[in-house]
Design a protein around this ligand. Structure first.
Ligand code: GSH
Length: 213
């Protein structure tokens, strides 16, 4: 039963899938290419992913795109620890957190803060107006996530799960920016969550670092 994950290891969304595959102990091949370089796309990429994004996944001929569908499928189709809570409330919280991250977190935290400050900063091209406009959006997102986390160790349940995996690569990039560090420190429960989750082996490997950030 062959599994293939398509997409580059620098991608937040590819990393999410890699974390889930690792947590489930699934053996797979990775087909890497640069999604931002159309010349590097596999010839059939528009058929595999009509929106030209990454990742896509294939398991024994079953083709899938959209990360939340991929991670849920991996959790349900493979053996290994359950990565979704048993209760309807817990599962609803997981969906809520993933929606918040996709809809309100990814763009300000990764593109408008990390990429602007760290990546574009290397060549002195950071757009301060973009960063300034993103800060309250990231702050609101962190407050919403902290609210859902409450006193818990993980989003939606007692153990590490799909929402933690979804959040981890976003936070990994976000805290590389000083603004990310500052905003995270203002949410102590979330900072404690990141200290736990950021040091997990699956997260460290997917985010290409040796230990906790
Ligand atoms: N809704 C998609 C979003 C995936 C996504 O935005 N991937 C980024 C890389 S992290 C991408 O493919 N970007 C290429 C582009 O926007 O051209 C999912 O959940 O899989």
């Amino acid at each position: 039963m062959k599994s293939v994950l398509f997409g580059p290891s620098y991608s937040v969304y590819v990393r999410i899938a890699k974390i889930v595959l690792a947590e489930k102990g699934v053996a797979y091949d990775q087909a890497e290419f640069d999604v931002f370089d159309r010349n590097d796309w596999p010839a059939d990429w528009p058929q595999r992913h009509p929106f030209g994004k990454v990742p896509a996944f294939e398991h024994d001929g079953f083709r899938l795109y959209e990360t939340r569908a991929i991670t849920r499928y991996i959790d349900e189709a493979f053996d290994g620890p359950a990565l979704q809570p048993a209760s309807p409330q817990g599962r609803a919280r997981v969906e809520q957190v993933i929606s918040v991250l996709d809809g309100h977190g990814y763009r300000p935290m990764v593109w408008e803060i990390y990429v602007e400050r760290v990546s574009r900063g290397k060549t002195g091209e950071s757009d301060e107006a973009v960063i300034a406009a993103a800060l309250p959006k990231a702050e609101l997102c962190l407050a919403a996530l902290a609210d859902v986390l409450g006193e818990g160790d993980h989003f939606g349940g007692a153990g590490f799960g799909l929402a933690d995996a979804h959040a981890a690569p976003i936070f990994d990039y976000f805290v590389k920016a000083p603004e990310g560090q500052t905003l995270l420190k203002a949410q102590p429960a979330l900072a404690a969550w990141w200290a736990r989750v950021g040091g997990r082996a699956s997260v460290c490997r997917a985010c290409e670092r040796e230990n906790a950030s």
